[in-house]
Structure formats: structure tokens, C-alpha cells
Design a protein around this ligand. Structure first.
Ligand SMILES: Cc1cc2nc3c(=O)[nH]c(=O)nc-3n(C[C@H](O)[C@H](O)[C@H](O)COP(=O)(O)OP(=O)(O)OC[C@H]3O[C@@H](n4cnc5c(N)ncnc54)[C@H](O)[C@@H]3O)c2cc1C
Length: 367
């Protein structure tokens, strides 16, 4: 961990990659840390197949797209071709991106900041948080090993292993269907366990039909209704494991007996949804303010909005937040007052935030 980057960028969506490109153009050292298997994973995960991408711009916005290279074309193209274009652009410009790296924390050091990730620590003078608005939820279990919601990008990773899928809805069912299919194609009979805290599963008819078909074609699935994820532990061999409780027998003497199962975390898929970024801001001690009635026009009463300067710097010095992570509004500090600022969740906004933040950072780093 010898390199100290000028800018560490968390998230490789439109905001993060625009920041990276502008750093690259202006000779600042930088690194993008993206949790997905590829850049623009947030968009790849949330847009329906074949969706057209619009170069939407808020009506009253004074500026053009400040990074033309990443702007969606005027004539809308499908999300697949926009993603392909961006991939080529990143390769062509040789932008410095690491994928499959999940951001976890920021620590203050004497000479800068350390960003802690699932793949080790990185040092930077400035940190730009551009992780969008859909943050994977953390499974609430006791213990040292943590687990966050994840989706399956490659079902073949689960061939030959006993897999646990957590969650009771369509997303979990879809994941199971994909894994069963991959296993069936190579004659793998290792089971997929499907655990849900409630006693019943809740999927739509179409998904249920597809799941039923996989089971009838030989899919080995074991249902675990009423199962409760309990402990994330690190075993003697250093492997992160998840312990789930599958049955509890309450005894008259007050001693509970229960059955549990323990899976290596890498064989567990938790389809437990996503959340807004406020819990992350809390964890990072980035201040946010709750809206009281009459103060906010966009956010509802009680919602918490992150507090930022006009350069998007948070109350944690040298940590900036941009893009979807601060949409649809945030609290802007300017000239001694604080007011809610509208911030539409658009590619335009993400790109232009990046421009302003890099300008501010350049100004500070050359001083
Ligand atoms: C269905 C849909 C359709 C849309 N259509 C349009 C449209 O046509 N035109 C338009 O302008 N806007 C559209 N939008 C909005 C637009 O996609 C967003 O405004 C934009 O993607 C925000 O960019 P971002 O970079 O801030 O966040 P994101 O695109 O969400 O990127 C954030 C990145 O950070 C990564 N990340 C998250 N957590 C971590 C972590 N812990 N560690 C490391 N990386 C992490 C994610 O994987 C992701 O790649 C649409 C949105 C949706 C949901």
C-alpha cells in the first residue's frame, strides 16, 4: 500500500468514471474502486434489458454535459450499446479501475485518508464517494464476518458446491433458477438451500412456473422456511462462514436446543435488497440533517439529507459525495446558511457533479 493517490473514487458509474476521466486528463493520480464485476454495474443491474438511455437534462440547468465523452447520445440507444460504448472508452483511455472491490470504510491518517475495502486498503489525499443510490443491504448477524446483499453474475461459480440462497422473493427465486440450470447442464446434483426468515415464500406466478420447471427437470433444492441467519464467524482456517439457525426446540427447563447450518460465505447469496446511502454516511461520520416540516420541498419530513458544501465536500474533510448518492436532494451549505438543494438522479447530474468536484480538488491540490 505504498501509492498515495491524489483521488480515490468509490463506484464506477457515470459519476465515478467522469471523475476518473477528468483526473486522468488533468494529470491527477486516481483509482476507481468498483464493487461490481464491471464498470457501470449499477446501471447494468437496474435497467431492464433493451431500455433506451436518454440524455435527459433538467429544464433549468444552465450547463451543457461537462464530460461530452460519457454523455448518452442525443438519439437514444439501448442500455446494452451505451454500456458497450463506455467499456470501449474506458479501455481506450486506459482508465485506472479495479473491479470486484467493495468499499467498506475510511480511516484518517496523518498524511491523508485510507480507504478500507474487501480487497485491502488504499491511500488517497481526497476521496470521492460516487456509489449511487442503491447500496447493498448488510445482513444483520452477530460476529466478525459480515455479509452484504449480492446478486449472481456468474451462476457457474456455484457448480460443485452446496449453495445457500437467502431471501423469500422473486430475486432469490431467479437466482436459484439460474444456479439450478447451470448445475443441471453439467450434471451437478449438489443441492441449493433456500432460506427465508418467514414461514412462506412469496414469488409471482411466472417465476414460480420457471422454478417448478427446474425442479421437475431434476433441480435439487432444499427449502428452509423460518431459518434465521445468526452469526458471521471466521473459522480456524480463516474462512468466513455464515451460521443459520433452522429449527428451535424450546425445552421446559428453559434451555433451547436448535439445529443450525454453517456455510462458507462465498457459497452464500443474500437477496435482501438495497438501501439508500444514509447508513453509510452515519458509519463514516458524515453529517446529515433531518428534514422538519416546511424546511424541505423534495424530501419528506424526517428524511435525512447529507450536508455538503457547494463543492460537494462533506463534513468529513477531503471526502466528497456526488451523483445518485445525493439524489433527489441534499443540504447545501453556502454563505453561512443551509438549504435543501434539488439534485435530480440523472446521468447529466452525475457527470456534471464530477466536473465541479475535480475542479475544486485541482484548485486545492495545486495550492
Ligand atoms: C431503470 C432506470 C432507468 C434510468 N434511465 C435514465 C435515463 O434514461 N437517463 C438518465 O440520465 N438517467 C437515467 N436513470 C438514472 C441514472 O442511471 C442515474 O442517475 C446514474 O446512474 C447515477 O450515476 P452514479 O454514478 O451516481 O451512480 P450509479 O450509476 O448507481 O453507479 C454507482 C456505482 O457504484 C458501485 N458501488 C455501489 N456500492 C459500492 C461499494 N460499496 N463499493 C464500490 N462500488 C460500489 C455500483 O456497483 C455502481 O457501479 C435511470 C435509472 C434507473 C434506475
Amino acid at each position: 500500500m505504498n501509492t498515495t493517490y491524489d483521488v480515490l473514487i468509490v463506484g464506477g458509474g457515470p459519476a465515478g468514471l467522469s471523475t476518473a476521466y477528468l483526473c486522468h486528463k488533468h494529470g491527477l493520480s486516481y483509482l476507481v474502486l468498483e464493487s461490481g464485476k464491471a464498470i457501470f454495474q449499477g446501471i447494468a443491474n437496474t435497467y431492464p434489458e433493451g431500455k433506451l438511455v436518454y440524455a435527459s437534462k433538467p429544464k433549468d440547468a444552465p450547463e451543457p454535459f461537462m464530460v461530452d465523452e460519457l454523455r448518452p447520445p442525443d438519439k437514444p440507444v439501448t442500455v446494452e450499446s451505451y454500456l458497450q460504448y463506455v467499456q470501449h472508452f474506458v479501455q481506450h483511455e486506459n482508465l485506472n479501475v479495479q473491479t470486484d472491490v467493495a468499499f467498506e470504510d475510511i480511516k484518517d491518517e496523518r498524511d491523508g485518508l485510507t480507504v478500507v475495502t474487501s480487497k485491502g486498503s488504499f491511500k488517497g489525499k481526497k476521496v470521492v464517494l460516487s456509489f449511487g443510490s442503491n447500496i447493498p443491504r448488510e445482513l444483520s448477524v452477530y460476529g466478525d464476518a459480515k455479509m452484504v446483499a449480492k446478486n449472481v453474475d456468474d451462476p457457474s461459480k456455484y457448480i460443485g458446491v452446496k449453495t445457500l440462497v437467502i431471501g423469500g422473493g422473486n430475486t432469490a427465486a431467479d437466482v436459484i433458477i439460474n444456479i439450478l440450470k447451470a448445475k443441471r447442464e453439467v450434471n451437478d446434483h449438489q443441492p441449493v438451500y433456500w432460506a427465508h426468515v418467514a414461514e412462506t415464500f412469496d414469488v409471482n406466478k411466472e417465476t414460480a412456473q420457471r422454478l417448478g420447471e427446474e425442479i421437475l427437470l431434476g433441480g435439487n433444492i432444499r427449502l428452509l422456511p423460518g431459518a434465521m441467519p445468526r452469526i458471521g464467524e471466521v473459522d480456524e482456517e480463516g474462512v468466513d462462514r455464515l451460521v443459520i439457525r433452522i429449527n428451535v426446540f424450546q425445552q421446559a427447563d428453559g434451555v433451547d436446543v436448535y439445529h443450525g447450518m454453517s456455510f462458507p460465505m462465498q457459497n452464500v447469496i443474500a437477496c435482501i435488497g438495497s438501501q439508500g446511502p444514509v447508513p453509510i454516511f452515519d458509519k463514516l461520520s458524515i453529517q446529515s440533517i433531518a428534514c422538519t416540516s416546511g424546511v424541505c420541498k423534495i424530501a419528506k419530513e424526517g428524511e435525512r439529507l447529507v450536508l455538503l458544501t457547494s463543492d460537494y465536500e462533506s463534513t468529513r474533510k477531503n471526502v466528497y459525495v456526488i451523483g445518485g448518492a445525493i439524489s433527489p436532494s441534499y443540504m447545501k451549505i453556502s454563505e453561512g446558511s443551509i438549504a435543501e438543494e434539488r439534485h435530480p438522479n440523472l446521468i447529466y447530474t452525475a457527470i456534471n457533479d464530477a466536473y465541479h468536484v475535480v475542479e475544486a480538488i485541482r484548485g486545492k491540490l495545486v495550492k
